[in-house]
Design a protein around this ligand. Structure first.
Ligand SMILES: Nc1ncnc2c1ncn2[C@@H]1O[C@H](COP(=O)(O)OP(=O)(O)OP(=O)(O)O)[C@@H](O)[C@H]1O
Ligand SMILES: Cc1cn([C@H]2C[C@H](O)[C@@H](COP(=O)(O)O)O2)c(=O)[nH]c1=O
Length: 206
């Protein structure tokens, strides 16, 4: 397992339910007496705030956008993720570098190269849950939340992002979770997989 802690990431296109599931999973670990950090990317730090401010009105040039996500992540890893894992906490992230592979991959960067660049400084998660939903349903959920879709949330690019997320299937730590059912059913599946992972780690003395 990751240092002494447990590192879990939730990914998927916008509107698939990542924020909802992240909070619920955090609650489950807290009920077991674990110390939990739930966080998200872009973060609420200076680089993350800059990204969110620009996303409201348009998109930056691809290189500039990629650079901001990387700066935001470096700070996140150094100041929150690595220290929390070293302290034995459960860290649950709503988005991480797999989103960079998908969303900046959509803008012409090579997803494999983005991954390589990130894994040079960012720890890999123990578990990655990709919440999967068709683009129309995801956009309907964003609308239902009362939000107007922003520049990241265009139908064609979300379809490509979904493909990139789904291309991760087959790696041992990756779990594709259909999110077209109610939130409790999605959460039960995630908890079941997390529990299996914890049992395996306990048996192997990880
Ligand atoms: N399984 C579900 N079924 C139906 N609606 C859901 C489900 N999960 C979440 N929702 C609703 O869909 C909307 C989007 O959910 P949420 O904000 O958790 O998604 P998200 O993936 O974090 O979105 P974003 O990436 O845009 O921040 C919310 O209104 C939420 O209440
Ligand atoms: C981490 C990360 C995120 N993005 C995009 C994906 C989303 O459209 C926005 C964040 O919005 P959210 O509703 O708060 O999830 O940012 C990206 O393009 N690249 C990344 O690395």
């Amino acid at each position: 397992m990751n240092q002494q802690g447990l590192f879990i990431v939730l990914e998927g296109i916008d509107g698939t339910g990542k924020s909802t599931q992240t909070q619920s999973l955090g609650e489950w670990f807290r009920q077991q007496g674990r110390e939990v950090i739930c966080s998200r990317e872009p973060t609420d730090g200076p680089w993350g705030r800059e990204i969110r401010a620009t996303a409201a009105t348009g998109r930056l040039a691809p290189e500039e956008e990629l650079d901001l996500f990387l700066k935001d992540r470096r700070q996140h890893v150094e100041e929150l993720i690595s220290p929390a894992l070293a302290a034995g906490k459960v860290v649950i992230l709503d988005r991480y570098y797999f989103s960079t592979m998908a969303y900046q991959g959509c803008r012409g960067f090579d997803p494999t190269e983005i991954r390589r660049q990130n894994e040079a400084f960012a720890p890999s998660p123990d578990l990655l849950f990709v919440l999967d939903l068709d683009v129309d349903s995801a956009l309907a959920r964003i609308g239902g939340r009362g939000d107007v879709a922003n520049e990241f949330e265009k139908r064609d690019s979300l379809a490509r992002c979904r493909e990139i997320f789904l291309s991760l299937e087959g790696e041992p730590f990756v779990h594709i979770i259909p999110s077209d059912t109610d939130p409790d059913t999605v959460q039960s599946r995630i908890r079941e997989i997390a529990a299996t992972r914890l049992t395996a780690a306990a048996k192997s003395g990880e």
